[in-house]
Each structure stands twice: as C-alpha cells, then as structure tokens.
Design a protein around this ligand. Sequence first.
Ligand code: DAT
Ligand code: MG
Length: 140
Amino acid sequence: MAIERTFSMIKPDATKRNLTGAITKKLEDAGLRVVASKRVWMSRRQAEGFYAVHKERPFFDELCEFMSSGPTVVQVLEGENAILKNREVMGATNPADAAEGTIRKEFATSIGENSVHGSDAPETAAEEIRYWFSDTEVVG
Ligand code: DAT
Ligand code: MG
C-alpha cells in the first residue's frame, strides 16, 4: 500500500471541550502524520457546500447548523492506508456503536455531535482536501 492522504476535521463539539490535542494524538499514535492543519469557523454556506452529498438527508439542516456553530480544525493526514486507518481510529458514526479506544467512543456525545470527520474514499479525500487547502498549505 502506498502512502496516501486523507482529510480530517475536528468538529465544534470537540474544539469547545479543548480536545484538539487529545484527538490529534490518537491520530498520530495510529501512524498518521498531520501535513496540513488550520482552525476555521466555517460559514453556514461553507458547511452546506462541504456536506452537499447529504443535502437530501433529514439531518442536513441540523448538521450544517452544528458545523457552523463554532471553530473546527481542518487537517490533512498522511500515511500508509491513511483513509481506512483514519476511519478506524474515528470509530462508527454513532458513538453508541463505536469500538473501544476509538475517538468517537471516547469523546463523541451523539450521532450528530460526533467530534470528527474523515474522508471515506480516495476521490472524496482529494475533493475535501481541495475544498479547504491550497497546494502550498499541504507540506509533507
Ligand atoms: P461519517 O461522518 O461517519 O462519515 P456520514 O457521512 O454518514 O457519517 O454522515 C455525516 C455526518 O452527518 C455524521 O458525522 C453526523 C451526521 N449524521 C449522520 N447520520 C445522522 C443522523 N441519523 N442524525 C443526525 N446526524 C447524523
Ligand atoms: Mg461521511
């Protein structure tokens, strides 16, 4: 497996509770390297654009409201099998279903406020990285 990049976000519920370092440590401990990182308070419009794939889902409004309710930390992670590895460290979408030791098991408070985002495939990873970062902001 070649070195891969994925997009990660630490969501407002987690930044509010000062968990940026604790979450990043779990990602680093899993062998992922932070090659880009910045704190952004996204607008409602940016949230709607980022989550456009979910616009027909019943939770879309709630999701965009939450994601624009406070600061997030957007990151690019690099490593072997980074997309899958990040999803494993994150845990299941609903923290009630997340495995022991995962970020969502440890920190998430509900299915909506679930502390982290991670890309689900190579195409979405490339798209999501481009949505938040210019080429010069990603330093491997
Ligand atoms: P994931 O973030 O694990 O990739 P997803 O892509 O299915 O999950 O959904 C994106 C986000 O939308 C998810 O992190 C939280 C929110 N969400 C998903 N299902 C939800 C639900 N049933 N109720 C409220 N929010 C939900
Ligand atoms: Mg998803």
